[in-house]
Design a binder for this molecule. Structure first.
Ligand SMILES: Cc1ncc(COP(=O)(O)O)c(C=O)c1O
Length: 401
């Protein structure tokens, strides 16, 4: 059973992708040489053979976005720890030198922080790189990935781009349907669950998390929990870390982009069983210098400054409370959130997103882009930015509410 967990990496990523299909079951359409157009299954529909699609650019950049109000990428309005900023400044003296490919300093610090052996940690160029590396590396290569519909598009994009394809489980309301997901996991090669959930902001309960972990353990199918927003929740919020065991193919992805405020530097990490982490690391070494010096130094300093993180957590929780109260006062419905964003119900969300950008210079995210239309996902920026958004939204939706 455990052998199914990891795909042996080949010399190149393309090599790996083609190898996956060379060994895929007869039910598959080998897509290595012929990009296709369809093939995703859904929980209710047939699990069709995944075929590689042209990867959509789900994060197309907005020209001059820095001049606009940025409430579209769940960034931190609090900056980063001053110690992290100082660490980056110090590294500027050494930018003629390659970064440490093994990322040992940060791995050791994370091992102390999480009370785990170093072999259980892989550091990468943001969670994004870990999504791609796990999709390339883990699980039965002849089976598609399992994702929820209506969530962060990175999992689907990675699985489609490497030709593995994905089956989507519809959401139950605004959260993961854990019963359906657990049912389908054994038939898939790897699973991805976004917890807390982007863009809805909900989090799994202990029982829900436990059910998914049990499905991974019993089936031997690797399950990746993307916990990019975990730090914004209450201290007792369930997390995959407490389920990490050698006999359970579960990984947790964490990032320094959100609560730690280091989005531009691109750094994140995975926690998981040593054998899976070893395979992921092998894939990551294809790009040995993908985590730059400034990022490694900054993350080390940021991790060491838990006081700063604590202030971000407290301020974010207070901001969220204020923003939700303000939404209620103005008559908007929204989804309760444990993250640094809130999904505000707006019927014509795609149009509202465009008008807010074009006429008001305010960037927010239409959740239709995630396959969950009818909401605008709004990052918890500064009070001034959020007031500006609310005033603009009042104007955009006037007459239609
Ligand atoms: C759920 C989720 N996972 C991963 C990422 C990417 O994180 P990183 O900046 O670490 O690549 C994001 C970014 O918005 C996200 O929302």
């Amino acid at each position: 059973m455990r052998r199914r967990w990891a795909v042996t990496a080949s010399a190149s990523w393309w090599g790996t992708a083609c190898e996956l299909h060379a060994s895929a079951s007869a039910a598959y359409t080998p897509p290595c040489h012929s990009p296709g157009t369809g093939g995703r299954g859904t929980e209710s529909g047939p699990m069709t053979a995944p075929v590689r699609q042209e990867t959509r650019n789900y994060n197309a950049s907005v020209p001059s976005a820095d001049d606009l109000v940025r409430l579209h990428l769940s960034e931190s309005p609090y900056g980063a720890s001053p110690a992290a900023v100082a660490a980056v400044t110090g590294e500027l003296e050494r930018i003629n030198r390659y970064p440490a490919p093994g990322r040992e300093g940060l791995v050791q610090a994370l091992a102390r922080h999480w009370e785990l052996p170093e072999e259980h940690i892989a550091v990468a160029n943001g969670s994004d790189e870990l999504v791609l590396a796990t999709a390339l590396t883990l699980g039965d290569p002849g089976s598609p990935g399992l994702v929820t519909a209506g969530t962060f598009p990175g999992y689907l994009a990675a699985l489609e781009r490497i030709g593995r394809g994905a089956v989507q489980v519809p959401l139950a309301g605004s959260g993961t349907d854990t019963a359906a997901f657990a049912d389908r996991l054994p038939g898939c090669g790897i699973g991805y669950v976004c917890n807390p959930h982007n863009p809805c902001g909900s989090a799994l309960t202990h029982d829900e998390l436990h059910r998914l972990v049990a499905a991974a353990r019993d089936s031997g199918t690797p399950l990746v929990f993307d916990e990019a927003y975990h730090e914004f929740g209450p201290p007792a919020q369930p997390q995959a870390r407490t389920h990490l065991r050698e006999d359970t193919p579960v990984l947790a992805l964490r990032t320094f982009s959100k609560a730690y405020g280091l989005a531009a530097l691109r750094i994140g990490y995975a926690l998981g069983p040593a054998d899976l982490i070893a395979e992921v690391r092998r894939t990551l070494t294809v790009l040995p210098f993908s985590v730059n010096r400034a990022a490694q130094a900054a993350a080390l300093a940021a991790l060491d400054d838990q006081e700063f993180l604590g202030s971000v957590r407290r301020d974010s929780a207070a901001r969220r409370q204020w923003f939700c109260a303000e939404l209620e006062r103005r008559g908007y419905r929204y989804l309760p959130s444990v993250t640094n964003f809130v999904a505000v119900e707006v019927a014509a969300s795609a149009e509202a997103q465009d008008v807010l950008a074009r006429d008001h210079g305010i960037l927010v995210r239409d959740t239709g882009m995630f396959g969950f239309p009818g909401h605008l996902r709004v990052s918890l920026g500064s009070v001034e930015e959020l007031r500006g958004f609310l005033d603009a939204l009042d104007r955009v939706t006037a007459g239609s509410r």
